[in-house]
Design a protein around this ligand. Sequence first.
Ligand SMILES: NC(=O)C1=CN([C@@H]2O[C@H](COP(=O)(O)OP(=O)(O)OC[C@H]3O[C@@H](n4cnc5c(N)ncnc54)[C@H](O)[C@@H]3O)[C@@H](O)[C@H]2O)C=CC1
Ligand SMILES: CCCCCC(=O)/C=C/C=C\C=C\C=C\[C@@H](O)[C@@H](O)CCCC(=O)O
Length: 336
Amino acid sequence: MSGKVAVVTGAARGLGRAFTEALLKRGDKVCFCDVDVQQGKQTENELKKNFGDDNVQFLPCDVQKDEEFKDFFNRVIQKYNTVDIMVNNAGIMNENQWRTTIDINLTAVIHGSLLAMNHMKNKSTGGGLIVNVSSLAGVMPVSFCPAYTASKHGVIAFSRSWALQPELKRNRIRITCLCPSFADTDIIKGTDDRVHGPELARMVMKQYGLMVFPYPNDQTLYFEIVVSTLNPYYVAFDSENSHLYWTGRTLGKINRCNPNGSDPTTIVDVSIPVALTLDTHNSTQNSIALHKVTFDGKANQVVVNLTAWPIDIEIGMSVIYMLIKLKYYRYHIMSV
Ligand SMILES: NC(=O)C1=CN([C@@H]2O[C@H](COP(=O)(O)OP(=O)(O)OC[C@H]3O[C@@H](n4cnc5c(N)ncnc54)[C@H](O)[C@@H]3O)[C@@H](O)[C@H]2O)C=CC1
Ligand SMILES: CCCCCC(=O)/C=C/C=C\C=C\C=C\[C@@H](O)[C@@H](O)CCCC(=O)O
C-alpha cells in the first residue's frame, strides 16, 4: 500500500508533521503545506535528510485563502501527476478569533476535500482517501471553546454526509475523520488567552490527560491504520458506511471489561461511560486486539470479541465507544 502521493495541510509541526512522517515511512511521497514558512522549510529539510529529497516537499500555503489553496493543490498534481491521499489537518483554536477558527478548521477542510474529490474522481487510476482531522471536540460539547467545537462538529458532519454519497463510493473515494484527544502540541500552548474559562480548560485537560507527543502509541498509529484502510484486506468496512472515527482517548482498559483476562468474549455495559473518568494512554502494555464488534440489538450492550492480535486495546475501545456514541450499528471491524 505504499507508493501513494499524499498531501498534508498544516504539517510544519505537530500532528500534521507526524502524519507526514507516517506516510513517508510507508513509502509514500508527501507534499505538505503550512502558513508558517520558516518552520515548514526547516521541517522539509529535516524530513528530506531522513526520507530522501524526492519524497517530500514543502510549499507555503494559507489554506484560508481559496486561490492559494487551489494553486497549492494544482502544483502538487503538476509535480506528481496525482493525489491519492488528502489530509486536511491545518487547524487553530482561538475563541477570540472565532471566525478565523471556522474558516481554517471547517471552511478550508471543506475546500480541501472538494479539491481532492474533484481530482480523485477524474483521475485515470481512480479512487483515493481523504482524511479530515476533527477532534474529540467534534463529538462532544466543550464549554471552553464553543467555536472550535462547532468547527470540529462541522468537519464530522461534512465528512459523514459525503461518505454516504453514492457518487463517492462509485469513484472509490473514502472519506475519514480522525478525532484525537488532547495531544501535547502547540495548539494547546497558551490556551488561557484563547478559551472561555481557562481553569475549566486546565481541569478537563488534566482529567483527560495529554497525549505526550511524539508518543509510541499516539495519533500517528491511528493515522497509519486509517491510511491502511485503503487496503480492504486490513480493516473491512460496511460498504454503506465506509468512514470511521478514531480517537486517541483511552476509553477503558482491558481488565475493566475483561477482569480475568481469559474470556475472549465480553459484554461491556456501555450505559456507564466509565471510560470518561479513566486515566489516559497508560494501557499500551495491553496488546490485546479488537477482533470483531457486533451489536446484539439491545440498547446498551455490545459484544466484543477480543483476540491476541497486536493492535492496542486503546484503539478497540475507542472504536467501540465511537460506534456507540454514533449509533453505528451497521459497522463491523474484522481482523485479517
Ligand atoms: N493537539 C491536540 O490536542 C489536538 C489537535 N487536533 C487537531 O489537529 C490538527 C493539528 O493540530 P496540532 O498539530 O495539534 O497543532 P499545531 O498548532 O502544532 O499545528 C497546526 C499547524 O497548522 C498550521 N496552520 C494553521 N493555520 C493554517 C493555515 N491557515 N494554513 C496552513 N496552515 C495552517 C500551523 O502553522 C501549524 O503548523 C488541528 O486541526 C487540530 O484542531 C484535534 C484534536 C486534539
Ligand atoms: C483547548 C484546546 C483544544 C484543542 C485540542 C482538541 O481538539 C482537543 C480536544 C479533546 C477533548 C476534549 C474534551 C472535552 C470534554 C469536556 O467538554 C467534557 O468532559 C465536559 C467537561 C465539563 C464542561 O462543562 O466542559
